[in-house]
Each structure stands twice: as structure tokens, then as C-alpha cells.
Design a protein around this ligand. Structure first.
Ligand SMILES: Cc1ncc(COP(=O)(O)O)c(C=O)c1O
Length: 445
């Protein structure tokens, strides 16, 4: 048996009720799944309760959660203030056919914390946030072409599901990558409306931007690339993008759906760089479905319904709904500068402890991340972009992922994770001890 088969056998025997639920799920949902990012082989665990840092599954297994619903739950599960805000709102109704006072406060908090955001609009997912930010840039410039980075995920819509995880043999030159449509069903023409830049390589990105300067409606970038393993942008890469787009009059969009976790004003505060538009999601909804996009007034005013015909149309039954606003406000109000300092300290403690373990065991691994975010990398390459990320050993990744589940720790199915405000140093030490056990058991050490 391979190390992976050993872990999977242990996983199967510890999770019979999840397996039964999955068999039933397969009858009603394709592959039993309705969200690829939380699916894994042979079947995911089915969660019945979450509290603080712990997830309990249908078999009664309790695991420490380092996923926090894909970076969303920055205050952990069921924070009392967030639950109280939701309960209070429940007593007043879950959604209205009119705005609520809370949406005003919510927008105010975001605009106050993120100075580049003069006006904001709410949606229900990060996908809708990037869809609308791209639409904003196209409406504002009257152009169509978008530049994005290879290996960047910006949500699940046609305009941007290009070159997220392309097979390297079809991805072209690393310095001038091809636009690769990610899966069937995406409008093949979408690839023609995108140019792909290598992440963290400013000279190459600049060449591409200058080459297409007159056609570009926007450059979109994630200040911390989640898909490649929470890889922070080099400051000179982001600053270079800001400088060249400002010079050429091209709107710069920061996708801060994940990186808004990095500080009170998002990664743009962390880096000291102001984009023209910003996309939000995850943290700002306190665990409820959410997205938002905002930026310069002159761009956002294209949405102003008082300006009459010709404005960008944007409805959405649940946009700015009061339940999400309640959870979002409660969460954002808990996020003081001190909380961010602690999140960063714990994130660094985890990354440093893993680095020390890797050095001690001499395993062919690395760890990436910034602020409260981390990812294990199963490669000896220094992962700074998609091509280095693509050298990950997938078998080792799956073995460690499954082994960590068996040891009582949950990461994303790509072995990325994050600490919440309620993780303790003890949780982090326990995570590193479990990783040691898994690596030794699998024979990687
Ligand atoms: C950087 C980034 N942008 C956009 C999205 C899409 O957000 P959602 O899953 O809420 O649609 C994600 C989701 O993980 C993301 O990580």
C-alpha cells in the first residue's frame, strides 16, 4: 500500500456516516457535490456543528478548522457577537424589498477603512464582485480587454475563468503566457478578451500591458494570490502595476476577496497602494454569503440610478440583505488593529514553526503565506508564481491533506489555510505536531 492508500483506508474507517451521506448525495447531486472547492476524494466529511475553531462531523469526529470557510470566518465559528447580531436581525425579518439602515452603516465602515473606495455596492459572492468590477472598468473605458495573472482565481464567471490552473504544456511561454480557457462551457471567445501576465514578474507584466495599452479596460490582480498558495505579491510588482496603469490611464482592480484579511484596510493598506476598484467578499459578510465592489466615485457613479438612462443596470434580489449586513458589521467592528496584529503574529508563528519542521525533517516542502494566511507547498521551489506552484507533488499533497484530516486538522483540499482570531498558540503547536506525525508516517521525513 502507498502512504496515500494507508491514509485513505484510515479515513474511510473513521468516517462511515459521512460516507453514507455521500452515497445519498450522489443520487441527487453530480458526484454528490455542489461546490468543487470543498470536495475531496474519496468523499468529504459532512459537518453537523461548528464552534470557535472546531468542526464536528456526522461521525462525531471533532477537528480543528484551519479553513474558516475559505478564509471567511476571521473571528472563528459562532462568535457570540455575530450570532447575537444575526438573532437580533432575525427578529426583524430576513430580507426586505427596500434598503435597511444597516446597509448604510456597512457601506460606511468599508469606505472608512479602505480610502480608495469612495463608493461601494453589495452583491452576494466574490464572483459577482469581480464580474461587476470588470463590467465597471469596461463601461468606464469603453474597452474590452482585461489583463490578469496566470494562476489567479477571481471567481466562477466566463470573463475570468481563464488560465487559473492551465496545464503547463499548453500554457505557453512563462514570460508571455497563453490565455487558456479552463473548462468546457466557458465562452471560447472569453480567452480573446484576456491577456495573461506572469505573477510577480513586473518587467514581463509591464511589456504585456504596454503592448496592449490602447485596448485594455483593466488590469486585475490579487495582492496575495490565493490559488497558488497565499503567495504575496512582491511590493515592486504591485507598485509597478500601479505606476504603469496610472501612466497609461488603465483602471487597476485589486481582488481583495481573500486579501482583505491582511489588515483593517485590506492588502492595499498593508502595501500602501491604492487601486481604482476593489473587489470584496468573505470576511465582510461575517460568514454569510457576500460580495462587494467599490472604488473611485467617477467609475462607481456609472451605477447611480438617479443619472437616468444609459447607466449600468445592476439588480440582485439579495444584494445588501440585512442578515448579511448584520453579520458583516458585527465582524468588522470586532476587527480592531490589535486583532490584526495578533492574527499576523499567529500566522507567522505557524509558518515559522512549519519552516523549522521542514528543515529538521529535511522534507521536500515549503510554506507560503502572509498575515494570517498560509499554504503548504510540496516542492523545493521557492513558490512565487504559477509556474513554480505547478511543480507541487500532487500525491504528497493529497497524502498530507488526508493524513491531517485523520489527525484531526482541516485545511483546504490544496493544503492552504488560515488562522482566525480564536486560534491559540496551542492549536498551532498541535497542528505542527500533527504534520510531523503525518510526514513521518508517510515516509517523507
Ligand atoms: C480571490 C478570489 N476572488 C473571487 C472569489 C470568488 O468568490 P466567491 O466564492 O464568493 O464567489 C474567490 C473565492 O475563493 C477568491 O478567492
Amino acid at each position: 500500500m502507498t502512504a496515500l492508500e494507508v491514509e485513505i483506508a484510515a479515513y474511510r474507517s473513521a468516517n462511515p456516516k459521512s460516507k453514507a451521506l455521500h452515497d445519498q448525495a450522489e443520487r441527487f447531486m453530480p458526484g454528490g457535490d455542489t461546490r468543487n472547492s470543498i470536495f475531496w476524494s474519496p468523499f468529504p466529511v459532512y459537518v453537523t456543528h461548528a464552534e470557535g475553531t472546531k468542526l464536528t462531523d456526522a461521525d462525531g469526529n471533532v477537528r480543528t478548522d484551519f479553513v474558516n470557510n475559505m478564509t471567511t470566518l476571521i473571528m472563528g465559528h459562532r462568535h457570540p457577537d455575530v450570532i447575537k447580531a444575526l438573532r437580533d436581525q432575525l427578529d426583524h425579518g430576513v430580507s426586505y424589498p427596500a434598503p435597511s439602515p444597516s446597509v448604510v452603516r456597512w457601506a460606511e465602515i468599508i469606505c472608512e477603512r479602505v480610502p480608495s473606495v469612495e463608493k461601494v455596492r453589495f452583491v452576494n459572492s466574490g464572483t459577482e464582485a469581480t464580474l461587476n468590477a470588470i463590467r465597471a472598468a469596461r463601461a468606464f473605458t469603453g474597452k474590452t480587454l482585461i489583463a490578469k495573472c496566470e494562476g489567479a482565481y477571481h471567481g466562477n464567471h466566463d470573463a475570468i475563468q481563464i488560465s487559473v490552473t492551465p496545464a503547463v504544456n499548453v500554457a505557453g511561454d512563462a514570460e508571455e503566457p497563453e490565455s487558456v480557457v479552463m473548462f468546457p462551457g466557458i465562452n471560447p471567445g472569453a480567452a480573446d478578451d484576456i491577456v495573461i501576465m506572469p505573477y510577480n514578474n513586473f518587467p514581463a507584466a509591464e511589456r504585456i500591458i504596454r503592448k496592449h495599452a490602447t485596448e485594455l479596460a483593466a488590469v486585475i490582480v490579487e495582492p496575495i494570490n490565493g490559488q497558488c498558495g497565499m503567495v504575496p505579491a512582491k511590493p515592486e510588482f504591485l507598485q509597478g502595476l500601479r505606476d504603469v496603469t496610472a501612466e497609461l490611464g488603465i483602471p487597476l482592480i485589486f481582488d481583495e476577496v481573500i486579501s482583505f484579511r491582511a489588515s483593517r484596510g485590506g492588502a492595499q493598506e498593508f502595501y500602501g497602494i491604492k487601486p481604482d476598484l476593489t473587489c470584496f467578499g468573505k470576511v465582510i459578510g461575517g460568514g454569510m454569503p457576500v460580495g462587494a465592489f467599490g472604488g473611485k466615485d467617477e467609475i462607481m457613479s456609472l451605477w447611480d440610478p438617479t443619472h437616468g438612462p444609459g447607466q449600468v443596470q445592476h439588480a440582485g434580489t439579495f444584494n445588501g440583505n440585512p442578515m448579511t449586513a448584520a453579520a458583516g458589521i458585527a465582524t468588522l467592528e470586532l476587527l480592531t488593529p490589535e486583532v490584526y496584529e495578533e492574527l499576523e503574529r499567529k500566522g507567522e508563528l505557524l509558518r515559522q514553526s512549519v519552516r523549522e519542521l521542514i528543515a529538521e525533517l529535511e522534507v521536500p516542502m515549503g510554506v507560503t503565506g502572509a498575515a494570517s494566511l498560509f499554504a503548504l507547498q510540496f516542492t523545493t521551489e521557492n513558490v512565487t508564481d504559477y509556474r513554480t506552484y505547478a511543480t507541487n507533488d500532487k500525491q504528497m499533497l493529497q497524502t498530507v491533506f488526508t493524513g491531517m484530516l485523520n489527525e484531526g486538522f482541516v485545511m483546504s483540499n490544496r493544503c492552504a489555510g488560515n488562522v482566525s482570531a480564536v486560534h491559540t498558540d496551542e492549536d498551532i503547536r498541535a497542528f505542527v505536531d500533527a504534520l510531523r506525525k503525518v510526514l513521518v508516517r508517510a515516509g517523507y521525513a
